[in-house]
Write a new protein. Structure first.
Ligand code: HPA
Length: 244
Protein backbone atom coordinates (compact mmCIF):
# COMPACT_ATOMS: atom_id res chain seq x y z
CA UNK A 1 0.00 0.00 0.00
CA UNK A 2 1.21 3.49 -0.79
CA UNK A 3 -0.47 6.13 1.30
CA UNK A 4 -0.83 9.87 0.82
CA UNK A 5 -2.09 12.52 3.19
CA UNK A 6 -3.67 15.56 1.58
CA UNK A 7 -3.40 18.34 4.12
CA UNK A 8 -6.13 20.94 4.02
CA UNK A 9 -6.49 24.29 5.76
CA UNK A 10 -4.28 24.53 8.83
CA UNK A 11 -2.29 21.40 7.99
CA UNK A 12 0.69 22.73 6.08
CA UNK A 13 3.29 20.91 7.93
CA UNK A 14 5.68 18.68 6.03
CA UNK A 15 7.57 18.42 9.36
CA UNK A 16 5.02 15.67 9.97
CA UNK A 17 7.50 13.68 7.92
CA UNK A 18 11.15 12.94 8.65
CA UNK A 19 13.80 12.49 5.94
CA UNK A 20 11.44 14.28 3.59
CA UNK A 21 12.00 15.48 0.07
CA UNK A 22 9.65 17.59 -2.04
CA UNK A 23 9.39 17.19 -5.77
CA UNK A 24 7.43 18.76 -8.57
CA UNK A 25 5.34 16.24 -10.47
CA UNK A 26 4.27 16.98 -14.04
CA UNK A 27 0.75 15.90 -15.01
CA UNK A 28 -1.43 16.43 -18.10
CA UNK A 29 -3.23 19.08 -16.02
CA UNK A 30 -0.14 21.02 -15.01
CA UNK A 31 2.49 20.59 -12.32
CA UNK A 32 1.93 19.98 -8.62
CA UNK A 33 4.17 19.34 -5.62
CA UNK A 34 4.40 16.28 -3.44
CA UNK A 35 6.53 15.65 -0.36
CA UNK A 36 7.59 12.14 0.57
CA UNK A 37 9.06 10.95 3.85
CA UNK A 38 8.44 8.87 6.94
CA UNK A 39 5.81 9.46 9.59
CA UNK A 40 6.80 8.68 13.16
CA UNK A 41 9.33 5.94 12.66
CA UNK A 42 7.28 4.21 10.01
CA UNK A 43 9.40 2.23 7.63
CA UNK A 44 7.10 2.78 4.73
CA UNK A 45 7.22 5.98 2.80
CA UNK A 46 4.20 8.30 3.03
CA UNK A 47 3.33 11.07 0.61
CA UNK A 48 2.11 14.47 1.74
CA UNK A 49 0.43 17.09 -0.38
CA UNK A 50 -0.66 20.58 0.59
CA UNK A 51 -4.04 21.06 -1.04
CA UNK A 52 -3.76 24.85 -1.01
CA UNK A 53 -0.08 24.94 -1.97
CA UNK A 54 2.80 26.25 0.14
CA UNK A 55 1.60 28.99 2.48
CA UNK A 56 -2.11 28.51 1.64
CA UNK A 57 -1.91 30.55 -1.55
CA UNK A 58 -4.48 28.68 -3.66
CA UNK A 59 -8.17 29.26 -2.79
CA UNK A 60 -10.56 26.29 -2.83
CA UNK A 61 -12.16 27.09 -6.18
CA UNK A 62 -8.74 27.30 -7.89
CA UNK A 63 -7.09 24.18 -6.48
CA UNK A 64 -5.83 22.00 -9.32
CA UNK A 65 -7.65 18.90 -8.05
CA UNK A 66 -7.00 16.91 -11.21
CA UNK A 67 -3.24 17.52 -11.12
CA UNK A 68 -3.11 16.61 -7.43
CA UNK A 69 -4.96 13.31 -7.74
CA UNK A 70 -3.27 12.39 -11.02
CA UNK A 71 0.17 12.98 -9.47
CA UNK A 72 -0.63 10.75 -6.50
CA UNK A 73 -1.74 7.96 -8.78
CA UNK A 74 1.42 8.38 -10.91
CA UNK A 75 3.49 7.98 -7.73
CA UNK A 76 1.76 4.67 -7.08
CA UNK A 77 -0.46 5.87 -4.25
CA UNK A 78 -3.50 3.69 -3.63
CA UNK A 79 -4.86 5.14 -0.41
CA UNK A 80 -5.51 8.78 0.40
CA UNK A 81 -6.37 10.34 3.75
CA UNK A 82 -7.58 13.89 3.25
CA UNK A 83 -7.98 16.43 6.03
CA UNK A 84 -10.60 19.16 5.84
CA UNK A 85 -11.63 22.10 7.99
CA UNK A 86 -15.43 22.23 7.99
CA UNK A 87 -18.32 24.15 9.43
CA UNK A 88 -21.00 22.11 11.19
CA UNK A 89 -24.71 21.99 10.39
CA UNK A 90 -25.34 19.38 13.03
CA UNK A 91 -25.38 20.19 16.75
CA UNK A 92 -24.14 16.65 17.44
CA UNK A 93 -20.89 17.61 15.65
CA UNK A 94 -19.61 20.67 17.55
CA UNK A 95 -16.34 22.56 16.99
CA UNK A 96 -13.43 20.26 17.77
CA UNK A 97 -15.25 17.11 16.62
CA UNK A 98 -13.66 14.83 14.03
CA UNK A 99 -16.08 13.59 11.39
CA UNK A 100 -15.20 10.64 9.15
CA UNK A 101 -17.39 11.43 6.17
CA UNK A 102 -19.41 8.74 4.40
CA UNK A 103 -21.44 10.80 1.89
CA UNK A 104 -21.29 14.11 0.09
CA UNK A 105 -23.62 16.64 -1.48
CA UNK A 106 -22.10 18.63 -4.34
CA UNK A 107 -23.05 22.30 -4.71
CA UNK A 108 -20.02 23.30 -6.74
CA UNK A 109 -20.77 24.89 -10.09
CA UNK A 110 -17.57 25.74 -11.85
CA UNK A 111 -14.91 23.08 -11.33
CA UNK A 112 -13.11 20.56 -13.51
CA UNK A 113 -14.58 17.59 -11.74
CA UNK A 114 -13.84 14.59 -13.96
CA UNK A 115 -11.00 12.91 -15.83
CA UNK A 116 -13.50 11.67 -18.43
CA UNK A 117 -14.44 14.29 -20.96
CA UNK A 118 -15.15 12.04 -23.93
CA UNK A 119 -12.68 11.46 -26.75
CA UNK A 120 -9.69 9.43 -25.62
CA UNK A 121 -10.64 9.74 -21.97
CA UNK A 122 -13.99 8.13 -22.72
CA UNK A 123 -17.51 8.44 -21.40
CA UNK A 124 -17.36 6.95 -17.93
CA UNK A 125 -19.94 7.05 -15.14
CA UNK A 126 -18.21 6.20 -11.87
CA UNK A 127 -20.21 4.58 -9.10
CA UNK A 128 -20.52 6.80 -6.00
CA UNK A 129 -22.57 4.53 -3.77
CA UNK A 130 -19.71 4.47 -1.29
CA UNK A 131 -17.46 7.43 -2.13
CA UNK A 132 -15.41 7.22 1.06
CA UNK A 133 -13.53 4.03 1.98
CA UNK A 134 -15.42 2.28 4.81
CA UNK A 135 -12.37 0.29 5.95
CA UNK A 136 -10.15 3.32 6.34
CA UNK A 137 -13.02 5.12 8.04
CA UNK A 138 -13.48 2.51 10.74
CA UNK A 139 -9.73 2.30 11.45
CA UNK A 140 -9.50 6.09 11.76
CA UNK A 141 -12.55 6.24 14.06
CA UNK A 142 -11.14 3.45 16.22
CA UNK A 143 -7.72 5.13 16.54
CA UNK A 144 -9.32 8.48 17.38
CA UNK A 145 -11.36 6.82 20.13
CA UNK A 146 -8.23 5.12 21.51
CA UNK A 147 -6.59 8.56 21.67
CA UNK A 148 -9.61 10.00 23.49
CA UNK A 149 -10.71 12.14 20.57
CA UNK A 150 -14.43 12.41 19.79
CA UNK A 151 -14.86 11.05 16.28
CA UNK A 152 -18.12 10.53 14.43
CA UNK A 153 -18.31 7.54 12.09
CA UNK A 154 -20.18 8.91 9.11
CA UNK A 155 -21.35 12.33 8.07
CA UNK A 156 -22.49 14.04 4.92
CA UNK A 157 -20.05 16.65 3.58
CA UNK A 158 -21.66 19.51 1.65
CA UNK A 159 -19.23 21.10 -0.80
CA UNK A 160 -19.71 24.71 -1.85
CA UNK A 161 -17.58 26.63 -4.35
CA UNK A 162 -16.55 29.30 -1.90
CA UNK A 163 -14.42 31.20 -1.34
CA UNK A 164 -17.18 33.06 0.48
CA UNK A 165 -18.86 31.44 3.44
CA UNK A 166 -22.51 30.45 3.15
CA UNK A 167 -25.66 32.40 3.94
CA UNK A 168 -27.83 31.18 6.81
CA UNK A 169 -30.53 30.36 4.21
CA UNK A 170 -28.12 28.10 2.34
CA UNK A 171 -27.09 26.36 5.55
CA UNK A 172 -30.75 25.79 6.47
CA UNK A 173 -31.37 24.25 3.05
CA UNK A 174 -28.27 22.02 3.22
CA UNK A 175 -29.35 20.78 6.64
CA UNK A 176 -32.81 19.91 5.33
CA UNK A 177 -31.15 17.96 2.54
CA UNK A 178 -29.17 15.84 4.97
CA UNK A 179 -25.84 17.68 5.17
CA UNK A 180 -23.83 17.46 8.39
CA UNK A 181 -20.74 19.51 7.64
CA UNK A 182 -19.83 22.07 5.00
CA UNK A 183 -16.54 22.83 3.31
CA UNK A 184 -15.16 24.05 0.00
CA UNK A 185 -12.84 21.28 -1.17
CA UNK A 186 -14.43 17.84 -0.68
CA UNK A 187 -15.69 17.69 -4.26
CA UNK A 188 -14.19 17.09 -6.76
CA UNK A 189 -11.25 15.63 -4.81
CA UNK A 190 -13.14 12.52 -3.68
CA UNK A 191 -14.74 12.08 -7.10
CA UNK A 192 -11.42 12.24 -8.95
CA UNK A 193 -9.84 9.80 -6.49
CA UNK A 194 -12.69 7.36 -7.10
CA UNK A 195 -12.41 7.81 -10.85
CA UNK A 196 -8.79 6.63 -10.63
CA UNK A 197 -9.70 3.80 -8.27
CA UNK A 198 -7.95 5.21 -5.19
CA UNK A 199 -9.37 4.47 -1.74
CA UNK A 200 -10.14 7.83 -0.21
CA UNK A 201 -11.08 8.94 3.29
CA UNK A 202 -11.79 12.39 4.68
CA UNK A 203 -11.07 13.32 8.27
CA UNK A 204 -13.09 16.50 8.66
CA UNK A 205 -12.36 18.68 11.65
CA UNK A 206 -15.23 20.93 12.71
CA UNK A 207 -13.87 24.42 13.25
CA UNK A 208 -17.17 26.29 13.71
CA UNK A 209 -20.92 26.06 13.61
CA UNK A 210 -21.99 27.20 10.14
CA UNK A 211 -23.63 30.54 9.38
CA UNK A 212 -26.97 31.03 11.12
CA UNK A 213 -26.39 28.07 13.44
CA UNK A 214 -23.77 30.13 15.18
CA UNK A 215 -24.93 33.62 16.10
CA UNK A 216 -21.36 34.87 15.59
CA UNK A 217 -19.99 36.23 12.31
CA UNK A 218 -17.57 33.71 10.84
CA UNK A 219 -13.95 34.52 10.01
CA UNK A 220 -11.17 32.56 8.36
CA UNK A 221 -9.04 33.34 11.41
CA UNK A 222 -11.49 31.46 13.63
CA UNK A 223 -11.17 28.46 11.30
CA UNK A 224 -7.36 28.67 11.51
CA UNK A 225 -7.40 29.05 15.31
CA UNK A 226 -9.56 25.97 15.91
CA UNK A 227 -7.53 24.02 13.37
CA UNK A 228 -4.31 25.00 15.19
CA UNK A 229 -5.76 23.77 18.48
CA UNK A 230 -6.57 20.37 16.97
CA UNK A 231 -3.87 19.75 14.41
CA UNK A 232 -1.74 17.66 16.79
CA UNK A 233 -4.73 15.39 17.43
CA UNK A 234 -5.34 15.12 13.72
CA UNK A 235 -1.75 14.12 13.10
CA UNK A 236 -1.80 11.61 15.96
CA UNK A 237 -4.97 9.94 14.67
CA UNK A 238 -3.55 9.62 11.16
CA UNK A 239 -0.17 8.40 12.44
CA UNK A 240 -1.83 5.83 14.71
CA UNK A 241 -3.98 4.56 11.85
CA UNK A 242 -1.08 4.05 9.41
CA UNK A 243 -0.34 1.91 7.55
CA UNK A 244 -4.01 1.89 6.62
N1 HPA B 1 -18.22 26.89 5.58
C1 HPA B 1 -17.46 26.49 4.54
N2 HPA B 1 -16.22 26.05 4.69
C2 HPA B 1 -15.71 26.02 5.93
C3 HPA B 1 -16.45 26.43 7.04
C4 HPA B 1 -17.78 26.89 6.86
O1 HPA B 1 -18.50 27.27 7.81
N3 HPA B 1 -15.64 26.28 8.13
C5 HPA B 1 -14.47 25.77 7.67
N4 HPA B 1 -14.50 25.61 6.34
Amino acid sequence: MRIAVIGGTGVYDPTWLSQSTTEEVATPFGPTRVTRGHLEGMEEEVFFMNRHGAGHKVPPHLVNYRANIWALRELGVDRVVATAAVGSLNVAMPPGAFVLCDQFLDFTKARASTFHNGGESGVVHTDMTEPYCPDMRSVLVQKAKELGIAAVNGGCYVTTDGPRFETPAEIKAYRLLGGDVVGMTGVPEVVLARELGLCYSTVALVTNFAAGISSEVLSHQEVLDVMAQNVAGLRNVIAAALPL
